[in-house]
Design a protein around this ligand. Sequence first.
Ligand code: MTE
Length: 445
Amino acid sequence: MTRAPRSTVPVDEASYDRLRLSQWLAGRARGDGMSRRGVLTLLAAGTAALALPAPVRAAAATSPGIVKPLPDEWFTLRGTNAETKWEALRGTGYLTPADRFFVRNHTSTPVVDTTTWRLRVWGSGLRGGTGLDDAVEFGLDDLRALPPVEHTAFVECAGNGRSFYTSQQGQSVSGTAWTLGAVGVARWRGARLSDVLRRAGITRHAVDVMPRGLDDEYVTGGVGLGRVRRPLPVAKALDDVILAYEMNGEPLPYDHGRPVRVLVPSWAGISSVKWVGDIEVSAEPLYSPWNTDFYRLFGPGFPEAGSAPLTRQTLKSAFELEAGAAFPAGVRSVLHGRSWSGAGGVRRVEVSTDGGATWRRAGLRDVPRRDGWVRWSVPWRPRTPGPAVLLARATDTAGRTQPDEAVFNTQGYFFDAVVRHPVVVAGRDVAGGDRPGRSMYDADH
Ligand code: MTE
């Protein structure tokens, strides 16, 4: 077995990002796709058209680009994407079942033939410096022959919660109007990316690693940006990244990357490239629209060129309830939810049932776990019929607590503020009627 090459880039993410940002601004990093100015112009033009709240397709609609069934009770369709309804996670256990897992597709799910699929690894960061034509190739069996690893981790879109910039903070942002359902936790099994890179002959000169998907080229506003691809610093690529071929003990479903996806634990979902077809290993810095113009923070609080590319996910909480769920007055119910963080496990969750006036600790069902979430619950006996607002606020093992307000950025990424969840307290008879909020009349016995 070859030994791990020594990296020539800073190993911590913050230094890496600062370095790349300054290199890019100085014109010393290579980008591809369109120019930054071009994409910024496009984004500016698109902001008005895409301003929230974006229309949600009729519940009965089907999304032509997604293979799996998308029943109304589990999903809200948003363009080429499907958002998981939080009430559909009630009672599902720690792992999100693959059939309820959200789908974020820039275009549509390609159905890739597993038997002929090859992963091509190439670039100036490999011994001898190979081009795409003489890439080192791996088939699915080659990956399966490598020592397998399993990791339970969330995949979450950086834009998860984006709609609350508008509905809670009155701000206009561009992008898909997710509520909180662009996240799921699965048990991923696959080969270590580091094992593949070493077998391909990565050298100590490699600095960036860029996986690219086999789905169609992404075209936005009439401009083709090429196929989905986003560079990773070599330090992260050699750390905990997996080339996953299984999800929750089954071969990856088509919509989640079959036959193989990259899984980058704790980072924004865009890093976890699905249907990976090739990986460029480069001795010079790489850029794509997905780490220059998308997936950075732009706005009044950020440098003109934007923040460093987004890496670790932020901190969030959600109730396993639909908005407007009804509770019977005078009856003890149990509220359930989950909290997660990209900076470590969640160690404390507080819940308010009176719009934030008072808070109590929720009982945690799971130990704080890096890259996963904790399930929690808290009993509630509402007294007065009428509207009420539920809030949940998490604190992670890194000491971060969800704030009251998220920092505005034009593309609405990384919403981390406490979300106001509206419910209705009804007369006692609601429990015996058609039970609109049945899932939360959970036994407290
Ligand atoms: N990979 C490819 N090839 N094409 C895509 O559109 N979307 C990315 C990422 N990987 C995407 C991709 C984004 S933005 C997210 S949030 C996750 O996949 C979503 O993963 P999922 O659809 O399995 O939930």
